[in-house]
Structure formats: structure tokens, C-alpha cells
Write a protein that binds this ligand. Sequence first.
Ligand code: NDP
Length: 444
Amino acid sequence: MKKEDTRSEGVTSRLSGFHKLPVGERLGTVSRMFKLSGDDTEAMAGGLGLTTDLANTMIENAIGVFTLPLGLGLNLLVNGRDYVVPMVVEEPSVIAAVSFAARIAREGGGFIAEADDPIMIGQVQVTGYGDATEASNKLLAHKEQLLALANSFHPTLVARGGGARDVEVRVLPAPEGPRGEPLLVLHLLIDTQEAMGANLINTMAEGIAPLVEQVTGGKVYLRILSNLSDRRLARSMVRIPVTSLADFDMSGEAIAEGIVQASRFAVADPYRAATHNKGIMNGIDAMAIAAGQDWRAIEAGAHAFASRDGQYRPLSTWTLEEAHLVGRIELPLALGTVGGPIKIHPQVQAALKLLRTTSARELSMVMASVGLAQNFAAVRALGSVGIQKGHMAMHARCVAVTAGARGHWIEQVTNALVKTGQVKVEKAKEILANLMRDAATEAG
Ligand code: NDP
């Protein structure tokens, strides 16, 4: 059977007016553009999603499946390539914001991204080793044996060009004070190729434990990957001409200044940095879920990395450079194109076809760019007119539905709610009741 070509030319993420199309037409547009099969198209729509039987193979005590909205982030240009980004998210305005930001960014050439090799860390905790320096030296002297033993547990990974690469030993102060035994932690650095790697790292870390005990004369306790995957960073950068930022009756300079101030605030204050990073993760998590990634691992890695200098900091910064606003993001992204639910979940499979990425590294470059775009949209609004104006318009739709509006009433109640400036369920109920009463009076 001929392999489906999902990297076909003619794909663009610049789909003007897409948001105004009915849902079915949106799906038809992407299905045609990506030459999706009928099954993939139906999977996208949710018709051929995860079955209870499949769910039962994935987790324990399964009783069903749980669904969330799937939408598309548009306009994203990364390293000169167009990406349509599948995003699973329940929060209104996330997808509109990322698409809007990516549209502005592409006017300046889009995002320039890069990513490290897929090096992950497996940790082995050693106790009862005697002298810490002596034990460390012994472990380092046995590096080649440790690496060979680790690789013997995953010959197929080695055959693919990956495998254990290096050994590092860390001695950490005892948490209970100088009377306690310092922590001796061996790090096994492993190239996990296309896998996120948790399972294969854990296998290797457990596999070398007996040799670590033999070499140090100590006892090994924990043997597991670290989610602070700081050898596997992804970076993205965007340069936006200040003049193209003008909006809300404000000059580009004024908007840029607001964004730079937002960045300074986040660098200085962890209370702000937490919210700044939450905005970044709005995009990253939504893409991670659609692409079948372990988003708890991504979250854990991102926040630990944000605290690496002892204070919790923003994952992205914004500066003014030669009449351009320049945004930069750097964070660990341990992603996979194999493993976990990736080859099992039909919607993940279809989502990966839309993404057209050929490797976990490329996926991480796109994801970092999505995070930076999401952040740009947030700081642009926050540093100028505030976030509520845009957010409330979209939130109003959810409020209208919560208040009981269905079908054509949703649009009418949403518009009326925005006009009143009171986006509240009680207000929406009142508006809906009035509209329905007026309609009944007219009809009768
Ligand atoms: P899997 O063990 O599911 O799959 C990885 C396997 O895929 C490899 O061992 C390899 O097996 C195979 N494979 C096929 N092609 C390739 C390739 N090109 N490159 C690399 N491997 C390839 O997944 P991971 O080891 O990635 O673990 C991820 C899962 O672990 C996620 O579901 C995560 O939620 C979970 N997890 C996470 C933890 C954490 O983050 N703290 C802890 C524990 C689990 P073979 O060589 O045999 O073909």
C-alpha cells in the first residue's frame, strides 16, 4: 500500500477566515489540505476517538473515556516552515491568542527555534558508601563498565544511534544537616532518540544498580529518570518590528514598552513569574495533550528549570533590540514520537499528521514556539489594555451556554452579554429569558 504523504506541499497555516467557518467546513478544509484519510478525519472530529476498550489497555480501572475540545492554532511559522497546531484545551481564548500572536510574528519572519539532542538523566541514589569523594572516584573510574552495562539493557536503542552516553556523580549536602550522610547521586546520561524515554531510562537505572552497589560497597535506593531534563532544552526566538505592534490606538513603541515592563516584572517577582509561565504552559500543555505527550513531565521540568538559579523565573523574556521587540524562550521539552499513548490513541495519530514533524526535536521546537507565541499574546494585552477585554468576549460564550443557551441563542446571548459588560451567569439567564420571551411574543 502506498504510504500516505502528509508532508505534501501546499500546506499553509495561514487560513484566513477559518474561525468564521462552521465546524464541519473547518474540518473539511484541513482534511483536504493534509490529505487525511477518512478515518483520520473522523478521528479528528471525535467519531473515531479513544474507545473504552483501548482506554482499558492504557490505564487501570477504566470505566470510560473523557473528552475535551480539540482546536487548531494557526499562522505558526517556525524556521521557515508552516505548522498547523492541534491543541486540546478547555479554556476559551487560548487558541485565538496563539493564532493571533503567530500571525504578527510571521510578518517579521516567524520563529527561529533549535533544540538539544535528546539527552535524558537517569538518577541512582547511593547510601552507606563511606567516604563520598572516594566513592565518587570509584564510580567515575568504572564509567565504561557502567555505560556498557546500561546499554546492554537496550540494544535496540543503541542500534538506533542512542543509548547511555556518560556518567556524572553528584555529592549533595544532607538535608538534615552536617550530621547526616551527604547524598551521593549518580547521573546516567542517556540519548533516548525518538522516545520521551521514561521507561527505558528507568530500566537502565535499575539495571546498573547492582554494579553501583558493588563498586561503592553502598546500598542503592531510588533508580529513576529526572524530570528536570535540562540536557534536552528547546529554544525559540522571535523578532517583531516595533512598528507592527501598533494597536488599541496605541503606538508600537508604547505596546513594546508594556511588554518589556511585563518581562521585567516576571524576572524580578516569582508571584508574577508563576502567572507568566502559566500563560506559556496554556499553549504547551494544549499541544502536548493533542500530541500524546506526558504533560505532567513537561510541567514538572518547566517549573524546576524556571527555579534553576534559586528563584522562580519566567521561561521567556522580552527586550527591545534595534527597533524590534525580541522574545526568547528556553525550557526542557522531553517529547517523543514513539512510546506512551502515541501509537495507540487515534486522535493523537491524526494530530501528529497535521503537525508534520519528523522528529521529537522538531516537535519540541514547534512546542517552544507555541509557548512563546502564547506568552506574546498575554504580555501584549497585559502591558496595554489589559487581558479582560479580549478574554471576556470569548468567556461570554461559555457563560451563555452555562446559563442554558443553545443553538442560535448562544450567539445572541453572547453578544448581549458583552454589550452589558457583565459577563455573569445570572445576567446571561436574564438575557436569555428576555430574548426567548420577546421571540415567543413575536411568534404568537
Ligand atoms: P515507551 O517505553 O512506551 O516507549 C519507548 C520505546 O519505543 C523504546 O524503548 C523503544 O523500544 C521504542 N522505540 C521505537 N522507535 C524508537 C526510536 N526511534 N527511538 C527510541 N525508542 C524507540 O516510552 P518511554 O520510554 O518514552 O516512556 C514514556 C512513558 O513513560 C510515558 O507514557 C510517560 O507518561 C511514562 N512515565 C513517565 C514517568 C515520569 O515522567 N516521571 C515515570 C514513568 C513512566 P524498542 O527498542 O524495544 O523498540
